[in-house]
Write a protein that binds this ligand. Structure first.
Ligand SMILES: C[S@@+](CC[C@H](N)C(=O)[O-])C[C@H]1O[C@@H](n2cnc3c(N)ncnc32)[C@H](O)[C@@H]1O
Length: 245
């Protein structure tokens, strides 16, 4: 569905049908998906400029322009997704001449230890040095009853000071309640899904210091002029970066 929203051509017909239903009810979803990718680019660039040279990207999604290792040129990256189609495409399209820097593994973020203990992760990333963990557009697919809060803290626990956690997350704060119920229905038929309020998303950063400007609409996080032009309060996507003190 996300690939469809981004204008890609790699979706199954069933996903396109569900995506169209969401888009009919919530036309902003296309711009929000693009803004999410713009946030990814700004956040990764920001971290790379601070010297972060290794990333764990959880819920990578189909490879699309501006993947993490293309933005942070020179960094080592492990991409993780639980969707076998994403993994197949990633292997086919993403690595190019960067085999030495990039690893792609199939894994479920709801089971952090299976990812943190994965031989590719253990060999490729050095947890004794600062690391960037990315959870962009991921956590709204992990419900509270599946332990979303514990998932985040288990990924943060092994990080040394100076490591970063970036999150972007869907929110329906301020949206019309009828629309919210309608969109929820479409998504819930397709997948496990939970939008959260700003306060709920803030809790994922417990124990971390927030990088300026904090948890804000994705459009407002260190903007660089590349934007779909939608006001932050209409985008339905909050984003922030925290640092391990
Ligand atoms: C909306 S896309 C976001 C892609 C990318 N991170 C971005 O921000 O542009 C969400 C991705 O998370 C993946 N995903 C959802 N739940 C997951 C889980 N429990 N473990 C790993 N990946 C998951 C989906 O397969 C999908 O590829």
């Amino acid at each position: 569905m996300y690939d469809y929203f981004l204008g890609g051509k790699d979706s199954f017909p069933a996903d396109v049908a569900a995506a169209r239903k969401v888009q009919d009810r919530q036309p902003i979803i296309r711009a929000a998906s693009r803004e999410n990718r713009y946030f990814l680019r700004r956040a990764v660039r920001y971290l790379a400029e601070l010297g972060i040279d290794q990333f764990l990207d959880l819920g990578t999604g189909l490879p699309t322009q501006g993947t993490v290792h293309e933005i942070a040129t020179g960094a080592r990256v492990v991409y993780v997704d639980h969707d076998p189609m994403v993994i197949a495409h990633a292997h086919a399209l993403m690595i190019g001449g960067d085999e030495h820097r990039v690893r792609i593994i199939e894994g479920d973020a709801r089971e952090p230890h299976t990812i943190l203990d994965h031989p590719q992760v253990v060999r490729h990333l050095d947890f004794d040095r600062p690391l960037g963990v990315l959870m962009l557009g991921l956590l709204h697919f992990i419900r509270d009853q599946e332990g979303a809060g514990d998932v985040v803290s288990e990924f943060v626990r092994p990080l040394v000071p100076g490591s970063y956690l970036a999150i972007s997350h869907g929110t329906l704060d301020g949206f019309d309640t009828r629309l919210v119920a309608d969109v929820r229905l479409v998504y819930e038929n397709a997948m496990s899904y939970q939008m959260r309020t700003r306060a709920q998303i803030s809790r994922f950063f417990t124990g971390l210091d927030m990088v300026e400007p904090g948890l804000v609409p994705a459009t407002d996080w260190r903007p660089d002029g590349v934007t779909e032009g939608v006001p932050g309060d209409k985008i339905g996507l909050l984003a922030g970066v925290g640092v391990v003190p």
